[in-house]
Design a protein around this ligand. Structure first.
Ligand SMILES: *[C@@H]1O[C@H](CO)[C@@H](O)[C@H](O)[C@H]1NC(C)=O
Length: 198
């Protein structure tokens, strides 16, 4: 083989290696979110959002604070069933739910408020200074982020797939206790969660 041929071959295989490496990197960055049984979360299927730690309230549910719209919150006790949600990725081609990709979250339920059950971020609450989430409205884009522990996640809001050039005051979902209810809200401690197939 001529020197030239060898050079071309080496640089071609090098390029291929680089290509594979970057593709693998992109995929591992946005790997599938895994449920408690180790299966990737499927778009449109029902899952319970359950705290990964004890004594911080129960599963995600719809909280009725006396008026419409209803709020996204947690059951007061982990003995309660909660209400399952399903995820709709912003990337229409994604049939599994991937980490750090924008998606809509919707309760798999109907309510008397007749406003839909998509999770929608609200303005800062005057009392707590935190942004609460209502079940209803147009539906915001949230995302699921990894924690240090495999299979344990945080839910965040930072819709940069929807608007790559926007500057967001990004936040992570945590619990807010108020009036005997547990609301989910940004701008506080993050709540680590797992996803259980419903
Ligand atoms: C829930 O209702 C109570 C009592 O009406 C009110 O003080 C509180 O601000 C409400 N919380 C939210 C998040 O709307």
């Amino acid at each position: 083989m001529s020197m030239m041929m060898r050079l071309i071959r080496t640089s071609l295989s090098l390029m291929l290696c680089l290509l594979i490496a970057t593709t693998a990197l992109a995929q591992s960055d946005n790997g599938p979110v895994i449920d408690t049984e180790g299966h990737p979360l499927e778009a449109g299927k029902d899952y319970y959002i359950t705290p990964a730690i004890t004594d911080v309230g129960g599963r995600a549910t719809i909280v009725d604070n006396g008026t419409c719209p209803l709020f996204v919150g947690q059951e007061n006790s982990d003995a309660e069933k909660g209400i399952a949600v399903f995820f709709t990725p912003f990337a229409k081609e994604d049939d599994v739910v991937r980490v750090n990709r924008d998606l809509q979250v919707q309760f798999s339920a109907a309510t008397l408020c007749l406003q839909g059950t998509g999770w929608t971020l609200t303005e800062r609450d005057g009392e707590s200074g935190r942004r609460l989430i209502v079940a209803g409205g147009t539906g915001s884009y949230f995302r699921i982020g990894e924690t240090q522990t495999k299979g344990v996640y945080n839910i965040g809001w930072c819709p940069t797939d929807v608007c790559p050039l926007c500057k967001f005051d990004c936040g992570t979902v945590g619990a807010l206790q108020q009036n005997g209810n547990i609301f989910l809200a940004l701008d506080g401690n993050a709540l680590p969660v797992v996803f259980e197939k419903a």
